[in-house]
Design a protein around this ligand. Structure first.
Ligand SMILES: [Fe+2]
Length: 186
């Protein structure tokens, strides 16, 4: 299940864990309070029939769904470039919603003091990054992840690289972050 920790400053291979020394973990509740990121832990073996995912989709209006695999095999020669592009800090004007089916990876998000928090996602984790949060993604050293993507309405995947502080959605996010996110929904 999703675990999160503060990252070290080391700039070596982005696919490593990058723990601080000693490690500094952050609970999912604290993660939500600081960033608005929500993580639901689903059963990857029964999600098609147990109704948990269906309820989340219905409650939140996720009308679009697709599936994709990111791996060394899939991207071939372009893999290193893909890794770099996923890892460029950016935001979106909508939520980024991913449900992990296979493999693993890291979503990195900024906390309220602009420090990187690394979120380790594994099968069963459904991650909702709020709109306008600065973030990035990387595969880990296993180089394989399969996810479902969800979206409310017609999908827009456009990434706005940092700095994007003047965007209305970003200003709104910062305001909410300063006020504090509402009680965690898990
Ligand atoms: Fe993104």
């Amino acid at each position: 299940m999703g675990k999160a920790w503060y990252m070290d400053e080391d700039t070596s291979d982005q696919r490593l864990e990058h723990h601080k020394n000693p490690p500094e973990f952050i609970s999912l509740d604290e993660l939500y309070k600081k960033t608005g990121v929500e993580i639901f832990v689903l059963n990857v073996d029964t999600y098609k029939t147990d109704g948990v995912l269906d309820k989340i989709r219905k409650d939140r209006g996720y009308s679009y769904e697709d599936e994709l695999v990111c791996s060394k095999e899939c991207f071939g020669q372009a893999y290193e470039d893909k890794l770099k592009s996923f890892y460029t800090e950016h935001l979106h004007t909508d939520e980024e919603i991913r449900f992990v089916l296979e493999g693993s990876g890291y979503f990195d998000v900024r906390d309220d003091a602009d420090r990187w928090i690394r979120i380790n996602v594994t099968p069963g984790d459904l991650v909702v990054l709020p709109k306008a949060i600065y973030h990035r993604f990387t595969l880990d050293t296993k180089n394989h992840i399969k996810v479902k993507r969800y979206f409310i309405g017609h999908p827009v995947w456009t990434a706005h690289n940092r700095p994007a502080d003047e965007m209305a959605c970003r200003k709104e996010y910062v305001e909410t972050q300063q006020k504090g996110f509402a009680a965690a929904a898990f």
